[in-house]
Ligand binder design. Structure first.
Ligand code: ADP
Ligand code: MG
Length: 703
């Protein structure tokens, strides 16, 4: 039998973590770096030189030949440019391996090819990457060998953020400052910092790589654009938490091993609801590291899949008709001495600080619901949000029975006097222990659910960086804390003031609380009555990014400038229009080059059959009917194809990205749907042997 893995031994072996730093760095340098990491003190260049040297020596021992500033531009994926450690050849003809402090802390990739939304004209293409020393450097191994990856932020020459990480770090500073004010008011004098803790559950699909290569839609768009439902979908619920197939199990084992080596705490793995769908969740950690690690997870899933002849699909909706994939962002606030501000304790009604934090969050989510919705907007997620599985596009908060009851007491009497007992769970089997129940039941349909001691934002798409959502959550909550502190710091009677504030927030923002079935049509109507918005598509969501309310908030907390927000809005419109255009082109290509020829060929076979059967003097009615049906659908396909061609040409003419995006949403997307319908019907009629690509059944059930 194969020897088991010693997880404790391999965990973090490829990370330049605290242990590696303590071992390698001179004491003084180590201390200085720690101060930078913990207190944000600027790093001296001589110190950086020493760190760079030691980091390089360490990486070379790990087999690294190159280093890269690993950053997160606004393309949605990470970017990197590799430099080897070699210096110019010496007189002897040999080279040295060098890496300076300057190279560690600053890089200068040519920024002109990254999206900037007009922030930076191409003639002013300077962009800088700056080391984020609060997220550890690591060595990654792939076909290119081993590479030292240095997590970095990416900014323009003028200081504007061109990436996801810079605003995330800024928002973490904002929430730290405001949360510190809040806990000081409640008499906490010990804690020095408050940081958002984030745990990201990642959903994905795994399919056979050979079949993937036979589908142009998967190759170019990451999702299927045609495809009839197989005889069996997810209706039996037999895949969810089902036994993991051996091929997939082998894949997961390798993924875990790689992740553990890179210091990613891969913890949970299971099959998801849809056939061929799975999930991986690491243990939560400080927000910026969690976001970096989520990128490592996505890359590792893709890379390891290749090794197993599999393809990992991170698209939000690879297959119509079965569940899509999301990313659940579990969020809480933790002090440096380990206190979670979202921990209600067993008697939440007495925990005044918790009630203030909670009602501030309700206020934040209610006031900025559109912005929160926007933070999860990407073209793929449009297929998911508001469909009948993922969270709806309407933002609401689930609190659970116990907290909802506390809220009701507060609102009706101004006083919460008791907390519902969560009680024990009795299984009725003597040999099984009775356990204390969680105070919150699970509600899988809520987009923003309180789950015990954290909130879980479930809207984010599976492919997206979760940085954007965390920037929004951190900042809207910072704003709510700031406003509460402004009042409370001035109050003559603190107890009375905090009591009034909690009641006021709870009352004013109770409309955002909802614990029913978020997938139901009744909720859509109820939400409308409550005045909550329902932004079903990305194009409708983007304006929230640049509303006056949003700009004022982000500028106040130094997270984004107006220009940065406008440029991001611009990039989002562009991305949307580009994504839809690619999908339309792929559909046109597949329909005209693969599907129409196959069906035309098939009608010939049918026509020949009709003739032959008639000649033989037998009843040919069935064959003739089939021919008529197929021919009619063929005509519909041809007509729909023509319309799609026309509207996508029209879209391309529009220079302004906002208008182009809207046109794509209103005209191109419906034209794509109209083309898909007859094609999917044809797939059910045409001989499987002549259908030019693997079916949904082949893709989802034969892994
Ligand atoms: P679920 O109930 O959704 O299955 P789990 O307890 O398995 O939740 O956790 C899901 C994710 O939430 C994991 O990444 C976990 O580490 C993370 N998580 C747990 N507690 C917290 C917390 N206090 N703050 C942030 N994330 C957390
Ligand atoms: Mg969860």
């Amino acid at each position: 039998m194969e020897k088991g893995m010693n997880v404790a031994e391999i965990f973090g072996q490829d990370v330049f973590n605290d242990t590696a730093m303590q071992e390698r760095l001179p004491k003084k340098v180590y201390k200085e770096l720690k101060r930078t990491i913990e207190e944000g003190k600027e790093l001296e260049l001589d110190t950086a030189d020493v760190i760079a040297h030691e980091m390089k020596e360490w990486a070379i021992e790990k087999g690294a030949t190159h280093y890269t500033h690993w950053f997160q531009p606004l393309t949605g994926v990470t970017a990197e440019k590799h430099d080897s450690f070699i210096s110019a050849p010496l007189e002897s003809g040999k080279v040295l391996m060098t890496f300076s402090g300057k190279e560690l802390i600053k890089g200068e990739p040519d920024a002109s090819s990254f999206p900037s939304g007009g922030l930076r004209a191409t003639f002013e293409a300077r962009g800088y990457t700056a080391w984020d020393c609060t997220s550890p450097a690591f060595v990654r191994r792939d076909a290119a060998g081993a590479t030292l990856c240095i997590p970095t932020a990416f900014c323009a020459y003028t200081g504007e953020a061109l990436d996801q990480k810079t605003p995330l770090l800024r928002s973490m500073e904002a929430i730290n400052e405001q949360a510190m004010r809040l806990i000081r008011l409640f008499g906490n004098t010990q804690s020095k910092r408050v940081r958002p803790s984030v745990g990201i559950e990642q959903e994905y699909f795994l399919i056979d790589a050979g079949k993937f290569r036979e589908r142009k839609d998967l190759i170019y768009a990451g999702r299927t654009l045609f495809g009839a439902m197989p005889p069996k979908g997810q209706e039996m619920d037999d895949h969810y938490f089902g036994t993991i197939r051996q091929r997939v199990a082998g894949f997961m084992k390798d993924v875990n091993e790689e992740l553990w080596k890179m210091g990613v705490t891969s913890k949970t793995q299971h099959n998801e609801v849809a056939p061929a769908q799975h999930e991986l969740a690491p243990i939560f950690e400080v927000a910026n590291v969690a976001v970096d690690h989520n990128h490592i997870i996505m890359q590792t899933l893709k890379r390891i899949a290749g090794r197993h002849g599999l393809k990992c699909l991170l698209h939000e909706k690879p297959f119509a008709g079965v569940n899509g994939s999301g990313k659940h962002d579990n969020w809480s606030l933790t002090t440096d001495d380990g206190r979670n501000l979202l921990e209600p304790g067993s008697t939440p009604h007495e925990n005044i600080q918790f009630l203030l934090v909670l009602t501030c969050i309700l206020k934040a989510v209610d006031e900025h619901a559109d912005l929160l919705r926007e933070s999860a907007a990407n073209p793929g997620n449009d297929q998911r949000l508001g469909a009948d599985e993922a969270p709806p596009a309407i933002i609401s908060v689930f609190l659970g029975e116990q907290l909802e009851d506390v809220m009701e007491q507060l609102i009706s009497t101004g006083e919460a006097t008791h907390s519902l007992d969560k009680g024990k769970m009795h299984t009725g089997v003597r040999t099984l222990p009775d356990f204390a129940k969680d105070a919150t039941d699970r509600n899988r349909t809520s987009p923003f659910a309180f789950t015990g001691n954290k909130f879980e934002f479930r809207m984010v798409g599976s492919r997206d960086s979760v940085a954007g959502a965390n920037v929004v959550i951190n900042t809207i909550v910072a704003e709510a804390f700031a406003e509460a502190c402004d009042v409370l710091e001035q109050a003559e009677d603190f107890d009375l003031a905090v009591h009034d504030l909690i009641k006021e927030y709870a009352t004013r923002h109770q409309r955002i609380v909802f614990s029913g079935n978020g997938y139901s049509q009744e909720w859509v109507e109820e939400a409308q009555r409550r005045g909550l918005s329902n932004l079903r598509c990305m194009v409708d969501a983007i304006p929230a990014l640049t509303s006056e309310k949003t700009v004022a908030m982000f500028e106040k907390f130094g997270v984004f400038t107006r220009t940065e927000l406008e440029s991001r809005g611009e990039i989002k419109y562009e991305n949307y229009a580009k994504a839809i255009n690619i999908e339309a082109q792929v559909m046109i290509n597949m329909a005209s080059k693969q599907i129409l020829p196959a069906v035309v060929g098939y009608t010939k076979v049918l026509a020949d059959t009709v003739l032959a059967v008639r000649e033989a003097g037998a009843d040919h009615q069935v064959q003739a009917e089939l021919l008529t049906e197929v021919s009619a659908l063929l005509k519909q396909t041809k007509d729909a194809l023509k319309v799609l061609r026309e509207v996508s040409e029209e879209a391309a003419k529009e220079a302004k990205s906002e208008i182009r995006a809207r046109y794509c949403y209103e005209k191109v997307v419906p034209a794509m749907e109209r083309l898909r319908r007859p094609v999917d019907q044809l797939e059910m009629l045409v001989d499987k042997e002549v259908w030019p690509m693997p079916s949904y059944g082949d893709l989802m059930f034969e892994v």
